[in-house]
Write a protein that binds this ligand. Structure first.
Ligand SMILES: C[C@](O)(CO)[C@H](O)COP(=O)(O)OP(=O)(O)OC[C@H]1O[C@@H](n2ccc(N)nc2=O)[C@H](O)[C@@H]1O
Ligand SMILES: Nc1ncnc2c1ncn2[C@@H]1O[C@H](COP(=O)(O)OP(=O)(O)OP(=O)(O)O)[C@@H](O)[C@H]1O
Length: 284
């Protein structure tokens, strides 16, 4: 049997860091939502006890470093599944971009293998498993829009933001999440927390307040270390996006745009100097 799962990209509408924890992770509070830029994952059962990963993308690991491989191994070990699986990743989400591409693949593999092997694992339990693979994986299991707390695994689903266009642009650099959290100094934050403002904007269905409320405390760290990200953010603002923010630890910058007529101008303006540009919708 062969099954398919979609693995959409996420963006952070807010990202507040409360403090650094004893375990080295940071306690966060953030609002995340999905956009309709997605990898497509194909899973096929193998009679042999093996996990094989392939992808059309030449630039991701295909061995045990791949998060989809780790997801398959975890579910096989935990539920004593003897069959194997062949997983093909049709990558569309740029890698190491701050869009949770690998995390979403891992979540899609957990959801898909739960179906393929008829394990009947409830969603909450899949999220607990996912947390062993990465902080963004639990959110990617359920998707939608949610407030994430803890290190990202404590989720509270909320209403979707007002519908709009999302323009994503990734400069040609890779940014390590560990490096950015490592350089972040919680004591030096100048900004007010953004999460309450985003929650209020969503509750009031106000696109303007959503744009005003956008905030990510990791942005200053990445913009300081990688000036090309700052340049991209300034370009997107100049081209007329209504609200602009870096997603996650970067380097992807997203712009929210309410009027469809403005999208081609911003898209084409960015494409002039940046290869990875996407105009997508939020997934509601
Ligand atoms: C930046 C975000 O993408 C925002 O959604 C997430 O907070 C990071 O999620 P992720 O990439 O799934 O992160 P993980 O793979 O769990 O962790 C990568 C590294 O980021 C740092 N990390 C991650 C999450 C967190 N709450 N605090 C941290 O300090 C840790 O150094 C960790 O070693
Ligand atoms: N299935 C996968 N797809 C993409 N990258 C993967 C995958 N599995 C492992 N990786 C590795 O994970 C690293 C981070 O890639 P990913 O695209 O998940 O980053 P990201 O979008 O910044 O994630 P996040 O937003 O969760 O921090 C890369 O170095 C990549 O080699």
């Amino acid at each position: 049997m062969k099954i398919f799962e979609k693995a959409p990209a996420k963006i952070n509408l807010s990202l507040d860091v409360l403090y650094k924890r004893e375990d080295g992770y940071h306690e966060v509070e953030m609002v995340m939502t999905m956009v309709d830029l997605a990898d497509r994952i194909e899973m096929q059962e193998l009679p042999r006890d093996t996990i094989i990963i392939s992808s059309q993308a030449g630039y991701i690991p295909l061995d045990e470093k791949n998060l989809a491989f780790q997801a398959a191994r975890l579910i096989k070990d935990r539920y004593e599944v003897k069959q194997g699986v062949y997983i093909h990743l049709n990558k569309k989400i740029p890698v190491a971009a701050g869009l949770a591409g690998g995390s979403s693949d891992a979540a899609a593999a957990l959801r898909g293998l739960n179906r393929l092997w008829k394990l009947g694992i409830p969603e909450k339990e899949l999220q607990t498993l996912g947390a062993e693979l990465g902080s963004d994986v639990p959110f990617c299991i359920s998707g939608g829009t949610a407030v994430a707390r803890g290190r990202g695994e404590k989720l509270e689903p909320i209403a979707s933001p007002p519908q709009c266009w999302v323009i994503l642009a990734k400069p040609p650099i890779n940014v390590s999440t560990a490096e950015i959290y490592g350089k972040f100094n919680a004591k030096k934050i100048k900004r007010q927390p953004s999460t309450p403002n985003i929650l209020a904007a969503i509750q009031n269905r106000s696109f303007d307040k959503l744009c005003e409320g956008l905030g990510n405390v990791l942005e200053d760290v990445t913009l300081h270390s990688y000036p090309e990200v700052r340049h991209l953010k300034e370009c997107m603002q100049r081209l007329g996006a209504d609200g602009v923010l870096m997603s996650g630890s970067g380097p992807t910058v997203f712009g929210l745009v309410s009027k469809e007529a403005k999208v081609p101008r911003i898209y084409n303006g960015l494409r002039g100097f940046c290869k990875d540009v996407y105009a997508v919708r939020m997934l509601t």
